[in-house]
Design a protein around this ligand. Structure first.
Ligand code: GLA
Length: 717
């Protein structure tokens, strides 16, 4: 449609059950941001009032472009085939289509005023979850290639007196540490330039609270997360009028991308929501949406796993593993996962210095092969899974000897090793086929393998692709991740029943891009219960408990040296996808019995934790305690977890007010995982109203450091 033919004002409302994102096309054909907030029945009435006055609004295009009105960081910057660096996008048409009962898709087609250069903004509104996703498609019909330098998936403008940004940063074995800061003038950027393991130091997700620091159940909060495992960038620019411009997408850093004539460039999906009641609803909506749309088999409770890593590391033989499996089965574990160290013959994988890339069973350690181990697992009534790291190679390997040209490398420079390994070049289709084959062969030869732990233990560094031409080197960042996703996609299609875990030195691939192909992720190599209270708290903001691997390991902890009671270790791990990662043969009989009891309890409450709604009750960042709970959608069952992180004197009454229950219903409260020494809740076995539990709360006798309690609530009719 021609811009002149437009109505004077055209309103495009993207609604969910409780929210509206309103865009407007004016008579010049510009499409602007107008409103994002609680649902508006008559969005056209907003036009002349809130929130941006007409003069300022002119600079708030739905997708800010370089060369347009907005003088800040643009969402799109393109150099056209003739060298013109500016873009001017105007409305062409839009459609709103009901994809199914829950999803409405809005497509807004924009065209450059001069060039045959088209941009389509695609929003999907998930009604029940109050989630919107946005994606941008950039189509080049010019005579030659267009070079893209900025290519955000998401663009939003908002106004609030103050802007408080919560984001998640960290390091190896300390991922997803929560930080909140007040945004000042200028730009705040959260990004990754690592290419691989991109969520180790920052996560591509944020919560933005308007007017005040974020609270759990009150205040205005916008939350968002990008589905991309490569370099990303979240950009928050506070302009001279105190208006916040946000955009997010793949990181443009060193990534100039040539879109050939006739081709379309697709950006990854960005997911967001608006809450008038704090961070809690943002989390619950993300979790519900992720389980339904962005996680494999999101309605299937996950098995309890025993992973061999911290129990055996690289040092094992058949006997070690079969004994571990027998013990695991005795504990009630459902899946045994053989970690690193099972492969390599010319260069055996006995430590991290050699063998990576040579995916043949090590004949010395495992002379009877993988099927012998699977037979044993099945005899014990459990399933079998295995670790791979197929994107990587040790220089000391047959793979590196045979295919040096498959390795990401910087020409004329010494290669930087990390954990003695290098990265394979997944922009190369031959490498994609190899990586696919590594995993496919395993699953075809051993069809009883039920679980793959997919690791990735270094980032890019030696930037350079032997495959890409000289003038397309900057494509490596994006093409690597696209190559990876293509391999994931092929494997998923061929092996739909196998459970996949995304691990990347622990928590290096915790993003909705990777998660779309996986059932779960490893949250961290740090398995220490105390550290996990904080780490899992941060992770819980966007990523659902059913996907968050949380393992009980030995004490003192191998990473931190902390000692903690077995009860605390179970109480913390049971708030996620419970697993065990230790040598069961080292446990005392009493510890074995206790672990068995906890695992049995977990299986009973697993559906509440894994499929329920999360309420964060007491933040470990604010107090020296922490509490959270899960409630079923029917609100008839709940599980409460509470932890003490230091000694509390007698003046300190640790009352925890519960949330998310029905006030008029009666709930019986039962303490789980109790030890013979302690009863930590006086009301054990008694019945209370939801009203009492939420308004009065429960008094928990967790006064010492490392004390913890788990309560199960069941509605009594
Ligand atoms: C990474 C993973 C660990 C383990 C080791 C094996 O660090 O995060 O869980 O698999 O690799 O080398």
């Amino acid at each position: 449609m021609n811009a002149d033919a437009l109505d004077k004002k055209r309103v495009i409302a993207i609604d969910t059950q409780n929210t509206s994102l309103v865009l407007m096309a004016n008579n010049k054909g510009f499409v602007f941001h107008k409103y994002y907030g609680e649902r508006q029945a008559t969005p056209e009435n907003l036009l002349d009032v809130i929130p941006f006055d007409k003069m300022r609004m002119e600079t708030f295009e739905a997708l800010s472009v370089f060369g347009g009105e907005y003088p800040g960081e643009p969402s799109l910057k393109a150099t056209h085939a003739d060298g013109n660096m500016t873009t001017d996008l105007r409305y062409q048409s839009h459609t709103q289509t009901k994809i199914d009962d829950n999803i409405v898709e809005t497509r807004i087609r924009l065209k450059d005023t001069y060039y045959p250069f088209f941009v389509t903004l695609v929003y999907r509104a998930y009604q029940a979850e109050d989630i919107i996703t946005s994606q941008v498609f950039i189509e080049n019909k010019e005579d030659g290639a267009v070079v893209l330098e900025n290519f955000a998936s998401f663009d939003l403008v908002t106004e609030g007196r103050e802007y408080w940004l919560t984001h998640f940063h960290g390091a190896w074995a300390n991922e997803m540490q929560m930080e909140e800061e007040k945004l000042g003038k200028g730009i705040k950027i959260i990004d990754s330039k690592k290419g691989v393991r991109t969520t180790q130091a920052e996560n591509p997700s944020f919560m933005l609270s308007l007017g005040q620091p974020a609270e759990e159940e009150q205040g205005t909060v916008i939350g968002g997360a990008l589905a991309w495992s490569g370099n990303y960038r979240l950009c928050f620019e506070l302009d001279s009028l105190n208006i916040l411009h946000m955009n997010a997408g793949m990181n443009p850093f060193g990534s100039a991308y040539h879109v050939e004539s006739g081709k379309t460039f697709e950006t990854p999906r960005f997911t967001f929501t608006y809450s008038a009641n704090g961070k809690g609803p943002v989390t619950r909506r993300f979790h519900r949406w992720a389980r339904r749309y962005s996680l494999r088999d999101g309605d299937m409770p996950r098995p309890v796993v025993l992973n061999s890593w911290e129990g055996a590391y690289f040092t094992f033989d058949e006997d070690t593993l079969t004994k571990m499996m027998t013990h695991a089965a005795g504990l009630g574990v459902e899946m045994f996962v053989l970690d690193d160290g099972w492969f390599g013959n010319k260069y055996p994988r006995n430590n991290d210095k050699a063998g990576l890339g040579d995916w043949q069973v090590n004949k010395k350690k495992l002379p009877r092969g993988i099927d012998y181990l699977i037979d044993h697992a099945e005899k014990e009534g459990i399933k079998f899974g295995i670790w791979v790291e197929p994107e990587m190679v040790n220089p000391k390997s047959e793979l590196a000897e045979n295919h040096p040209d498959w390795i990401v490398q910087r020409p004329h420079r010494e290669l930087l090793e990390m954990r003695h390994q290098l990265l394979l070049d997944l922009s190369n289709p031959a490498v994609q086929d190899f990586v696919f084959k590594v995993v496919d062969d395993l699953l075809v030869k051993h069809p009883r393998i039920a679980y793959i732990k997919w690791d990735a233990n270094r980032h890019v560094q030696n930037f350079g692709s032997p495959y890409l031409p000289a003038d397309r080197q900057s494509h490596l960042w994006i093409d690597y991740t696209r190559g990876l996703y293509s391999v994931y996609g092929r494997l998923m299609a061929k092996h739909p029943k196998v459970i996949f875990q995304a691990c990347s030195s622990g928590g290096g691939r915790v993003d909705f891009g990777a998660l779309a192909y996986h059932h779960e992720f490893c949250a961290s190599d740090n398995t220490d219960a105390f550290s996990r209270i904080f780490l899992q708290w941060g992770t819980s903001h966007f990523y659902p408990a059913m996907a968050m691997g949380a393992h009980v390991s030995g004490s003192p902890n191998h990473q931190t040296g902390n000692s903690s009671p077995l009860k605390l270790r179970f109480d913390v791990a049971m708030s996620g996808r419970l697993g065990v990662e230790l040598q069961p043969a080292d446990m005392t009989g009493e510890e074995m019995e206790y672990s068995k009891k906890c695992i049995a309890e977990y299986k009973r409450i697993r559906d509440v934790v894994q499929l329920g709604d999360l309420y964060r009750l007491v933040s470990p960042y604010k107090e020296d305690r922490s509490a959270l709970m899960y409630v079923t959608p029917e609100k008839n069952r709940a599980v409460v977890f509470a932890y003490s992180t230091r000694y509390h004197s007698r003046q300190d009454h640790p009352t925890v007010k519960l949330h998310g229950l029905e006030p008029d219903r009666e709930y019986k409260v039962k303490e789980l995982n109790s030890t013979s020494k302690s009863k930590l809740f006086n009301g054990n076995g008694k019945t209370f109203s939801g009203n009492f539990l939420m308004n009065n709360g429960v008094q928990l006798k967790i006064r010492k450091a490392n004390e913890s309690v788990v309560l199960e609530l069941t509605e009594v009719k």
